[in-house]
Design a protein around this ligand. Structure first.
Ligand code: GLC
Ligand code: GLC
Length: 812
């Protein structure tokens, strides 16, 4: 069952009922100012950091779902309604929400009055614009009132929900004309304030929540709105809000626009005041002047669309499969950009006050956006590498604002170092920019011990070499990619952190998965050594990789039909047929095979066949089977979840593409695509009533076969799934993969996929790639010509400065 449809021409998902299974959200903002906005106008805004500089208040875990937002109330006679249906939930004559790329549009109508809201954040300004267009579609004059409403957050969103003894006394505002200034804490240590304004004279306003809502009312029936009259209240402590009242008359057929601006403003430390305790409003007025007419708003909106046109034209496909086209050309790349901006901070599942930037998460996100914003990806790599320790290990998380490592969680997640190689290699393959390897980068932010980035990569590599256990496999430390495999921690008391309790590290617990990563990224490291002329180091790295490959294929790593997952701190196998529960895990099957382990000797196909036989479901591949039904102290958090959820046998969408990529490595295009399709939003749209999260973007987890709600998605938007599925479809299935020598074109597609075209910007050139699938060939390039010239193999030789490449590829 669907709750809307894709409008590919406008790059929008059109939601046709407000009663979606869960709030379906969108993100506004490209640089510093961001808003989350749901299909019923819920959500919140922040500047740069969702925890420290939150403009508007949001209540997670609210009921009904999603109650705070940027709302417009319309009162005509006794009827009060909202263009986005919530919060009044008045039955409307029509409702539509269009989530587009960096903007959302809402249209509601009742009794011949149509209200449209266009919300977006301009590319380079620190504000959100909501243009409200009201149209009288009847043949008689209409008079009604419009009320706006936002609730301010007292900046630090964490403190805002906890520190009531202080916060209920700090709220301060000013009001001048149609602009409400939120200036809590400005008098003392802040030099920023927020504004909410409209480009028309207002009848009245409110800034005290109790005056507007009423102490025993809610957003669903605000007292002042029901009374039809705001009270010009000035907040003093308690909960400041911003609400405007506009009294509007529209002739038959007439339409009027009102431009609302929610903005963030900073003043220089020495120019904070206009007069005693009156804030300097110059920058606020300058910001408002930029958007006070329709023409200016139209221009800003056009600039936003041009910005996205630029990004989304870097990789496009035209195939016979509309679902693939829309995911590749629009939504998957859009989600990759959102993970660049948000990392794991603010979604409807991440509260914006929790974890900072993950080391491994950020490196993997980069794989999905490096082709879109290579310069910003470069800076991201340097920021991440700056939190590495001298021994090659790394802070597991860091804060974006300070760029410092987070010592609460510390280091010791032993997969982290290798992800730095993955991200750097992807950046260099994309851009050819080898200078990044020479850039001096500190360890743990200490400039006095800075070393070239290449030295950081060497230490990443050597960290694995130097931390091996009894089977010569990499030690796992606190956990590897699977944050919940806490093999050294042994936590028994509630409240203890699964990841940091107990010894956290030990000499025995090992990870086969990190072994697979070491093969994949160890070889990429060796390639970088070669490019730098370090042939001995390259040879050493390859020898180490070969050693690891042998261990993975020996009885230590190979269980007979699949790869073992790990060894626990007692030296027992995890993810083996010898285990009672958790006999097979997805991660080492996907990663070892995509790294090429066992491809020649048959283990690769066998491992993937075992995945299909034991882990596959209609909704994707589960992380492990059988699910853990009892808590295993020696395994940790993985066994803490009820069977079928999260890391305990849920379908973790993030690692499904590893299996799909692995299938392309062994040349099985049908199966690779089947795996791609099962978690792909454009396909799961059809079962939105089961899947429940947004049908235009990926979620982190879908409940596995053991769960009560098998097939139900959770934790949408901020997940490494975005990057990995884009890497999978664009580089492996469609097969356009950047190498150091040039673009490689080596697709692996289903037998019935048909011919397709890819247009790809790569370095200075645009590549027009035409792929002909002869018969039902799934993989294998028979012929490749570049500008009419035959080329051996499947790599288009890169020519510096060349602007256009016309490429014909024949499979067969
Ligand atoms: C979450 C984490 C990621 C981890 C995964 C599996 O998505 O953000 O770092 O790899 O869970 O545990
Ligand atoms: C929890 C989650 C896991 C996530 C981790 C991040 O363990 O279950 O998915 O990766 O937190 O710290």
């Amino acid at each position: 069952m669907k709750f809307g449809y894709f409008d590919d021409e406008h790059r929008e998902y059109v939601i046709t009922t407000p009663k979606t299974p869960l709030p379906w959200i969108n993100y506004l903002g490209c640089n510093e100012f961001f808003s989350l906005i749901s299909n019923t106008c819920g959500g919140y805004s922040f500047y740069k950091d969702a925890k420290l500089l939150r403009l508007t208040r949001y209540r997670y875990n609210d009921m009904p779902y999603d109650c705070n937002g940027k709302y417009f109330y319309i009162k005509e006679g006794d009827k009060v309604w909202n263009p986005g249906w919530k919060p009044m939930q008045t039955d409307l004559d029509s409702y539509e929400c269009r989530h587009g790329i960096g903007y959302s549009r809402f249209t509601g109508s009742l009794n011949g009055l149509k209200a449209q809201v266009l919300s977006f954040v301009p590319v380079n300004d620190t504000c959100e614009i909501s243009r409200l267009t009201l149209t009288n579609e009847t043949s008689v004059e209409k008079t009604f009132s419009v009320f706006s409403y936002v609730e301010w957050c007292l900046w630090n969103a964490d403190d805002d929900m906890k520190n009531f003894q202080r916060n209920l006394s700090t709220g301060e505002v000013e009001v001048v004309g149609s602009t409400i200034f939120h200036k809590t804490e400005y008098r003392e240590r802040r030099n920023h304030y927020a504004i909410y304004s409209v480009n028309a004279p207002i009848t009245a306003f409110d800034t005290s929540r109790d005056n507007f809502i009423g102490a025993y009312h809610s957003q669903m029936n605000p007292e002042a709105v029901l009374n039809g009259k705001l009270t010009n209240s000035m907040a003093s402590g308690w909960s400041p809000i911003a609400a405007h009242q506009l009294d509007v008359t529209l002739k038959a057929g007439e339409s009027k626009d009102f431009i609302f601006v929610l903005g963030y403003v900073e003043n220089p430390e020495n120019n904070k005041w206009e007069s005693h305790n009156v804030i300097n409003k110059k920058p606020a007025n300058a910001l408002l002047a930029k958007f006070d007419t329709n023409e200016k708003v139209d221009a800003a909106f056009a600039e936003l669309n041009a910005y996205w046109d630029g990004l989304l034209s870097k990789y496009t496909v035209e195939s016979a499969n509309d679902k693939v086209n829309r995911m590749v050309n629009i939504w998957n790349q859009y989600q990759c950009m959102v993970t660049f901006n948000m990392s794991r901070s603010a979604s409807y599942y991440e509260s914006g006050i929790g974890r900072g930037m993950g080391f491994r998460d950020s490196c993997q996100d980069l794989l999905g956006f490096v082709h879109l914003i290579p310069d910003r990806a470069r800076q991201r790599i340097i920021d991440i590498a700056s939190t590495q320790f001298q021994d090659g290990s790394a802070y597991h998380q860091y804060q974006l604002l300070t760029k410092k490592g987070n010592s609460d969680i510390g280091s010791g997640f032993n997969d982290d170092p290798l992800w730095l190689i993955a991200g750097t290699s992807a950046y260099i393959r994309e851009t050819g920019d080898m200078t990044i390897l020479d850039q001096m980068v500190p360890f743990d932010n200490d400039e006095s011990v800075a070393q070239p980035l290449m030295e950081h990569l060497k230490r990443s590599f050597d960290y694995i070499v130097n931390h091996r256990g009894p089977h010569n496999l990499p030690l796992i430390g606190r956990a590897d990619w699977n944050d919940c495999l806490n093999l050294n921690c042994h936590s028994t008391q509630p409240g203890e952190s699964f990841q940091t309790f107990g010894p956290s590290e030990g000499p025995v617990a090992e990870s086969v998965f990190i072994g697979g990563m070491f093969v994949k990224y160890g070889l990429e490291y060796a390639d970088l050594c070669d490019l730098q002329g370090k042939t001995e180091e390259a040879a050493r790295a390859r020898r180490e990789v070969e050693e690891m490959r042998k261990v993975l294929l020996s009885d230590a790593g190979w269980d007979g039909k699949w790869f073992v997952r790990a060894y626990d701190s007692y030296g027992n196998k995890v993810g083996s047929h010898e285990c009672e529960e958790g006999q097979i895990y997805i991660e080492p099957q996907g990663f070892c095979v995509l790294a090429g382990v066992g491809v020649e000797t048959g283990e690769a196909k066998q491992a993937l066949d075992s995945v299909k036989e034991r882990l596959d479901t209609d909704y994707g591949i589960m992380i492990l089977q059988p699910a853990y039904t009892v808590y295993h102290e020696e395994l940790g958090e993985v066994s803490s979840y009820p069977p079928g959820y999260k890391e305990n046998a849920g379908i973790f969408c993030h690692n499904n593409p590893w299996v799909s990529i692995a299938e392309t490595v062994v040349g099985r295009g049908d199966r690779a695509f089947e795996v791609y399709r099962k978690t792909c939003p454009a396909y799961t749209e059809e079962i939105s009533e089961i899947h429940r999260t947004e049908p235009y973007i990926y979620c982190q987890m879908v409940a596995g076969r053991d769960a009560k709600f098998h097939g139900e998605g959770k934790n949408s938007w901020l997940t490494g799934t975005a990057a990995w599925t884009f890497v999978n479809i664009s580089q492996y299935i469609l097969g356009v993969y950047p190498t150091h020598k040039g673009l490689s074109v080596d697709p692996c597609i289903p037998a019935d996929f048909g011919d397709f075209k890819v247009t790809r910007q790569f370095r200075e050139g645009t590549y027009f790639i035409d792929v002909k699938q002869t018969g039902s060939t799934q993989k294998g390039v028979k012929e490749l010509t570049v500008d009419g010239q035959k080329v051996d193999g499947h790599i288009i030789p890169y020519e510096k400065g060349k602007k256009e490449y016309h490429v014909q590829v024949v499979l067969g």
